[in-house]
Design a binder for this molecule. Sequence first.
Ligand SMILES: Nc1ncnc2c1ncn2[C@@H]1O[C@H](COP(=O)(O)OP(=O)(O)OP(=O)(O)O)[C@@H](O)[C@H]1O
Length: 611
Amino acid sequence: MSDDDSEPTGSDEVEIDNTNGFSTNFEGTDLADEESNQGLFDDLLSGEPIFENKEVLRPSYTPHELPHRSDQINKMATILVAALRGETPSNILIYGKTGTGKTASAKFVSKELESTSQKYSVPCDVEYINCEVTDTQYRVLAQLANKFIEKNKERIDDRVESLKTLLEGLEEYDAARSIPESDSGSGSDLFDIADDSSAESVDPTAVEDNGGPETGQSSDAADANDTHDSVSSGTDTPTPSHDSPGETEGSSVDDTEPIDLVDSASRRDSSGSHTDETAATSDGDLPPDHPLESTPFDSRSAVETRIEELEDDKESFEEVPMTGWPTDRVYSVFFDAVDYDERVVVIMLDEIDKLVEKSGDDTLYNLSRMNSELENSRVSIIGISNDLKFTDFLDPRVKSSLGEEEIVFPPYDANQLRDILEHRSEVAFKANALSDDVIPLCAAFAAQEHGDARRALDLLRTAGELAERSQTETIVEDHVRQAQDKIELDRVVEVVRTLPTQSKLVLFSIILLEKNGVHSINTGEVFNIYKRLCEEIDADVLTQRRVTDLISELDMLGIVNAVVVSKGRYGRTKEISLSVPLEETEAVLLSDSRLSDIDDVQPFVQARFEN
Ligand SMILES: Nc1ncnc2c1ncn2[C@@H]1O[C@H](COP(=O)(O)OP(=O)(O)OP(=O)(O)O)[C@@H](O)[C@H]1O
């Protein structure tokens, strides 16, 4: 560091002063601060950073644009648009190798879906679950139940808010007519007001269509009257609400409390709740400018009762603990939470193969048969997987229900990866921070892997970080090559670190042989060393056949290379060599507490060769 020369003097002085007491430092404000700072970070900060915004290169960032995925995105949208029409979208299965943009595209589409549903006031919720993390039926259902309970509570709060605003409107309306506030429980005052045709305080045009996609249902007063009619006729028949959530959006009362009031009221109608009793006293028409006109309420008390009901509902929701309940109870809470409101629900299960692998297809079976039992809502599932074969393990009913629509995400080629990187790098890097060959090289490396955009972005970010660390102003080809090695090593470290102990022992045996100059190692040699290592650390000794299997697994993971060679009349044998850097791999193995107990490895191996 360049300022090392000057800074220590300052800090020394401060320390000498300290003999008089620590407080001296704290009393001297700015000067003391400066002196106590030895400039550890100053140099690093002063270097012109290469990045403008590194976050956009991280996997957690969801891009606004997804080049080369418009076909898949459009297909998803064509299927999911049904939700905005109040219909149930087909279930979708999305396949593709890792890093092909499945999650990013699905999240992009669901964001659009949710925002469009808000725009047109068509209730639609999308829930995302990563099944690699949430991998049992209990956890999936519990997580979904709690998310929907949360959403239901939020909606209740919104509705209560709207209803309170409605009550305030009523008060103003009454006050404008100087009608004394009567007992709020009585609906009869409203009929008195209804006779007063000189109403003026509320703009009658406030009852307007807010422009949903379904225009046929936008006659507000008619809708509201329909509601009154059905209520006053005392029918217990549920409104056919779930067939068309889109219907209700047109019937909003005003800007502040649209659809929800009508929604919830029509849902309540079906359960023969408070609206029945109030409707019995309110068959007369309200004046067109009355705040309750075009709402399903005919009196202040009806509104107040509804608020109480909603608050009681909110109180009654019980969150599911993350363990401990019987699964059918969790399912039932989840079911009720979803069906509490009229809406279309899209459940996105990412890494769905992991869920099936870990806990079978019960969750998918339960989710896919829900629609036949739900009264108010409808559920649609999007499954995302990079294992094309996982449906082979599904019950045929689940398989056909889940795979109603299939969308394949092919790997990106080098040109496509180049486009993707160029888009991101515009935001991520300072101008002129990249030399011309950097992006093509990152794209080429990642295309060789298997067209993985995540890998390409990782390479570019790591190359940038390496350039930053070496305090250069531009990222060059060499940084990309170093980044490639670093990422590869990180991958190896991670794979080796998470191997089971037996595989680690087999790998360690191969390393010991290589370290002692043995090339073209055969299985018998590995097995002999392996046995001794097991004895040394008191581990079970597997059979040679099993050890051969473990060697094949290490081969598949790309850690060793095992080729079968013909030895002429001596038959065929496997020749094994290490495909990862020896020293780093050995260090990872020795960081395992069990393997670190192996003492004095060197003579031990030499002894074997003397035999
Ligand atoms: N077309 C694209 N445009 C921009 N970025 C993309 C594109 N495709 C993928 N990405 C980016 O690549 C990374 C990996 O994408 P994503 O997570 O969607 O892959 P995936 O197919 O779901 O992979 P996995 O199966 O491993 O989960 C993310 O950072 C994503 O933003």
